[in-house]
Design a protein around this ligand. Structure first.
Ligand code: NAG
Ligand code: NAG
Ligand code: NAG
Ligand code: NAG
Ligand code: NAG
Ligand code: NAG
Ligand code: NAG
Ligand code: NAG
Ligand code: NAG
Ligand code: NAG
Ligand code: NAG
Ligand code: NAG
Ligand code: ZN
Ligand code: ZN
Length: 614
């Protein structure tokens, strides 16, 4: 398994830094939105206009192929329904507004373009992940982009970024601490940055910028790629050279969350040389909305996943040492948001490039046959908004219905009673009522794990495996658990951090204002920066926790009946260790493990839907 989860993201943000007192006149005034010409509807509007400053940034991160936007009608999906064509139109209009206001507007991305939807992953055999969806990304006027860990799990993907993607943004696709090994001119292997290590450029208004593209200390990268730990990177000579001259501001882009990771290492290295230069950090990776200030003249922002946009602006004077006032905003990416902030309506919003991108993506979806139907889902099934177990839980559906049905297909062992166990991190996205097609299958269950089994396990032993696996977690020392989570995190798993974020907003809401209202479901962000964060006000999604491991219903046979114990390959070591601790008839090792089904995890929902949802 590559990683538990992740979807895509596009977020945009702008920031503003306030000035020294004597310069603090009418900058960053509120923009007044003229009366909209389109009829008011039941769609939720942003709460207020963006605040513009001297320097503004639109930020996207962790897009993971979701360029078609969220297409389901179940809440809150319509809030994320803007597609990348709409986003392109939004950026074009924002650029126009920036020109009128005579301010800078930069467009920045923090990585993870691969793995997440049919548009990136639904390519025919022989293709390369995200190669085609990236062609849409390449059409936008990004000023700086950073590499993500999902660009490094598979060598062919990294090579594609190096050879085809990076050249589309000459000098601006940054991989400060991520290299690829390729055959050099003389046939010898050479390790080179996937993109560039840093960029120095001038904004339209002539401001000098120094940029980096930093990846967190990631350890599950493929052979022939190299990730240098962040702490080692800042000791490199090239790093010292790159940050030596003082720019008007540092734009530190990277695939690393703004809290609980190594941004302070990079920040401190820069601050040590430049005590007052404004520093703007644009992070990503844990899929949350977050913001923190490491000091009064810097801001660090993370723009979630699924097209969240943030506004911020910056007014500053070189040499000034006062605190800077920043603004940031997390936008829900949909046409209502985009039209509101660009003062356009349904008839004046689309640009020709935006329309071209929308049309092109639809054509690619068709070419990949993403609408190939498996069946029709009778209701919504969610990963964390319904309790486990329950009728609305996607994990209950998987364990109790999908696996028993799908794994019986073309299986020579089907007549032997069995029990199936999997870890709960195997799914990535909710399934919503309505058509269930190839795109939905790739989105909900993208991992190509196989199913394995050991035979001749008595039912009473098999029945104890699942509780033992889940209790092992509960009984292990906190340090052991933290060590394990840290190890998973280093390999790229972000589930636990994203879930903690959801849980936090759910708990706060119970206290504060669960009953409030007419607000629609969505993210309710509480970060560490002053002022307004969320652009559209919501009431938080309900959140329920799930066990680490889940299993099918035990077969109706006696306790001493010998059955097949089936599991996903990802958890083989844990299962064998547990079975060996529960019985002494036999010591199981990997030579006792056999392949159970010809089908992989990323096919089981389709098989099930074909049989039961048709
Ligand atoms: C708003 O919702 C109400 C109730 O669902 C419906 O009757 C009304 O037509 C909707 N208005 C618009 C403009 O969609
Ligand atoms: C956002 O989702 C809510 C339901 O939670 C829906 O009422 C609203 O219309 C959506 N907003 C947009 C702009 O689609
Ligand atoms: C690593 O790179 C070398 C040189 O280009 C190549 O021969 C080898 O096949 C690559 N290994 C993988 C796993 O791609
Ligand atoms: C290049 O690297 C690959 C994989 O690391 C290795 O198998 C191959 O022998 C290397 N080739 C040379 C010429 O060093
Ligand atoms: C990355 O590539 C550069 C340029 O070839 C090389 O000097 C550096 O040692 C490489 N870094 C790592 C960590 O492999
Ligand atoms: C990077 O992660 C690896 C694996 O967890 C660890 O051994 C190493 O110490 C880390 N390096 C830094 C600088 O954090
Ligand atoms: C400036 O910002 C820092 C860090 O955010 C804060 O500790 C300090 O109190 C601020 N100073 C003023 C004068 O507001
Ligand atoms: C604008 O583009 C969207 C696709 O994102 C399309 O659905 C809509 O019909 C277009 N509007 C106009 C007025 O062309
Ligand atoms: C099951 O096997 C049969 C015979 O080999 C084959 O025709 C059929 O397509 C297989 N079923 C699936 C769902 O692949
Ligand atoms: C099967 O074993 C379990 C404990 O392993 C026990 O609770 C249960 O009563 C047994 N059932 C029968 C029918 O013996
Ligand atoms: C919800 O909306 C209705 C109709 O627009 C309004 O009368 C009511 O006061 C609102 N409730 C709250 C809590 O805002
Ligand atoms: C199953 O286990 C029992 C008890 O250990 C053993 O006697 C028997 O030979 C095993 N059967 C197979 C097929 O491995
Ligand atoms: Zn991601
Ligand atoms: Zn990531």
């Amino acid at each position: 398994m590559k990683n538990t989860l992740v979807a895509l993201v596009v977020s945009a943000f702008a920031f503003s830094v306030a000035a020294c007192p004597e310069k603090n006149h009418a900058r960053g005034a509120h923009v007044h939105i003229p009366e909209r010409r389109w009829a008011p509807s039941n769609l939720s509007l942003p709460a207020r206009p963006l605040v513009w400053g001297d320097v503004n940034i639109i930020h996207t991160t962790d897009s993971h192929g979701w360029l078609l936007g969220h297409q389901k009608t179940s809440f809150p999906e319509p809030n994320y329904s803007g597609d990348f064509g709409d986003f392109a139109s939004f950026v074009a209009h924002m650029k126009e507004l920036a020109l009128k206001k005579n301010v800078d507007l930069l467009l920045v991305d923090s990585g993870d373009l691969h793995d997440g939807t049919g548009l990136s992953d639904g390519y025919p055999p022989g293709g390369v992940d995200a190669h085609d969806s990236n062609k849409f990304f390449e059409q936008l006027p990004y000023d700086v982009l950073a590499i993500g860990n999902h660009e490094l799990y598979v060598y062919a993907n990294t090579l594609d970024m190096h050879q085809n993607f990076a050249p589309k943004f000459p000098g601006r696709y940054l991989s400060s601490n991520a290299n690829i090994t390729i055959a050099g001119p003389d046939g010898q292997n050479v390790s080179v940055p996937v993109g560039s290590r840093f960029a120095k450029f001038k904004t339209r208004k002539g401001r000098q910028v120094t940029s980096l593209g930093v990846l967190f200390n990631f350890t599950a990268n493929d052979e022939n790629t190299t990730v240098q730990a962040v702490g080692d990177m800042v000791k490199e000579d090239w790093f010292a050279d790159a940050i030596k001259d003082e720019p008007d501001f540092f734009l530190l882009v990277g695939h690393m969350p703004v809290q609980e990771d190594n941004w302070p290492t990079v920040f401190n290295a820069v601050r040590a040389v430049h005590p007052t230069t404004p520093i703007l950090i644009l992070g990503g990776h844990t899929h949350i909305r977050d913001c923190v200030q490491f000091d009064g003249r810097s801001i660090a922002l993370e723009s979630g996943r699924y097209m969240e946009t943030v506004g911020a602006n910056l007014d500053f004077k070189k040499g000034c040492t006062d605190n800077i006032t920043f603004n940031r905003r997390y936008l829900d990416p949909n046409r209502v948001t985009y039209e509101y902030h660009t003062r356009r309506n349904a008839y004046t919003f689309n640009t020709s490039m935006g329309s071209r991108i929308s049309t092109g993506m639809k054509a690619l979806a068709k070419q990949f046959d993403l609408s190939a139907m498996f069946g029709t889902a009778p209701q919504d099934y969610t990963l964390s908004r319904d309790p486990f177990p329950s009728n609305g839980s996607l994990l209950s559906l998987l364990a109790e219905q999908v696996l028993p049905v799908a794994l019986a297909v073309n299986n020579t062992r089907a007549s032997v009673p069995s029990l199936v166990i999997t870890n709960s991190g195997v799914l990535r996205f909710d399934v919503y009522v309505g058509p269930f097609d190839k795109n939905d299958q790739l989105t909900a269950s993208p991992f190509d794990d196989s199913f394995l089994y050991i035979t001749n396990v008595t039912l009473d032993v098999a029945n104890q495996v699942l509780p033992a696996l889940n209790n092992a977690g509960a009984n292990k020392k906190r340090e052991v658990l933290e060590g394990r989570e840290e190890e998973l995190y280093r390999r790229g798993a972000v589930d636990m951090r994203y879930r903690r974020w959801l849980e936090g907003m759910h708990l706060r809401a119970s206290e504060e204002r669960r009953a409030a209202t007419n607000l629609t479901l969505g993210y309710v962000t509480k970060d560490s920066c002053p002022g307004v964060g969320d652009d559209t006000l919501h009431t938080p999604l309900p959140y329920y926790s799930v066990p680490d491991y889940i299993g099918s219903q035990p077969p109706a046979v006696s306790n001493d009946t010998r059955i097949d114990l089936v599991f996903v390959n990802f958890i083989q070591d844990d299962v064998l260790e547990t079975v060996n601790s529960l019985q002494s008839d036999k010591v199981y090792n990997s030579s006792d493990v056999q392949t159970y089904s010809p089908f992989l995890l990323d096919e089981v929902f389709g098989l099930f839907a074909q049989e039961k949802w048709n």
